[in-house]
Design a binder for this molecule. Structure first.
Ligand SMILES: Cc1cc2nc3c(=O)[nH]c(=O)nc-3n(C[C@H](O)[C@H](O)[C@H](O)COP(=O)(O)O)c2cc1C
Length: 207
């Protein structure tokens, strides 16, 4: 089986937020899709290890926020590579509260979803739900998963359903960012900063 074709499936990049013991939590997902139009139903796939998974199960609700291409890398780092188990992800974010959920200022729009079906699929939970409210907040270009990989040079962490192990293809030295997984090829200059999450070279390790 050649897994390469999996990289040709298309997705977007979103923040999914919910609540755990009344605290705002959330994570990045690419796995979101519209299932039906009448009623409008949406599905997302969330890893069992993600704190957001248990939050959605607790509240029976989630909010899907559409991110723009030019999203601040701090949002990708915080929501995609850290856990609400350890950090308050919304603490330093700009947001406005809608339907009692924090909507990031950069979000193009959001969908507030009530979960109607939960399907456990091995490592991930498929949450299917009915849209309670939705709003487009601004005109901007939504980020696709292809743009995230090709232009932002972003990586998928192990918990993303689309994760694939990196294969080293050249003999050049490679350094991986221990925060976001970005791989840099060639020597690291003194003033090097990660183009995805902005940390310095001290947080890179040789592959
Ligand atoms: C581009 C990108 C796409 C991701 N897609 C998913 C996804 O579809 N489902 C998922 O469970 N995790 C996905 N992740 C991983 C989670 O965002 C990540 O594990 C996060 O740290 C979980 O945070 P939490 O523990 O606060 O829920 C993705 C991460 C990135 C950067």
């Amino acid at each position: 089986m050649n897994k390469e074709i999996l990289r040709d499936l298309s997705y977007g990049v979103y923040v999914v937020s919910s609540k755990k013991e009344d605290r705002d939590v959330g994570c990045i997902v690419n796995s979101a899709m519209q299932i039906t139009s009448s009623k409008t139903t949406i599905a997302i796939s969330v890893n069992l290890d993600n704190y957001t998974n248990s939050a959605i199960k607790e509240t029976g609700e989630f909010v899907l926020q559409v991110l723009p291409e030019e999203v601040d890398s701090n949002i990708l780092k915080t929501f995609g590579f850290q856990s609400s188990r350890e950090v308050d992800k919304f603490e330093e974010m700009d947001f406005e509260r809608k339907d009692n959920y924090p909507i990031l200022t950069c979000a193009i729009g959001y969908l507030h979803v009530r979960v109607t079906q939960i399907v456990e699929v091995g490592t991930h939970t498929l949450f299917i739900g009915e849209v309670l409210s939705m709003e487009k907040l601004k005109e901007d270009t939504p980020m696709t998963y292809a743009y995230y990989h090709q232009v932002k040079k972003g990586k998928s962490p192990k918990n993303a359903p689309t994760y694939q192990e990196e294969v080293k293809e050249s003999n050049k030295k490679q350094y991986v960012c221990t925060i976001c997984g970005y791989v840099h090829e060639g020597d690291l200059p003194e003033d090097f900063v990660c183009p995805i999450c902005g940390v310095g070279r001290e947080l890179f390790k040789e592959v």
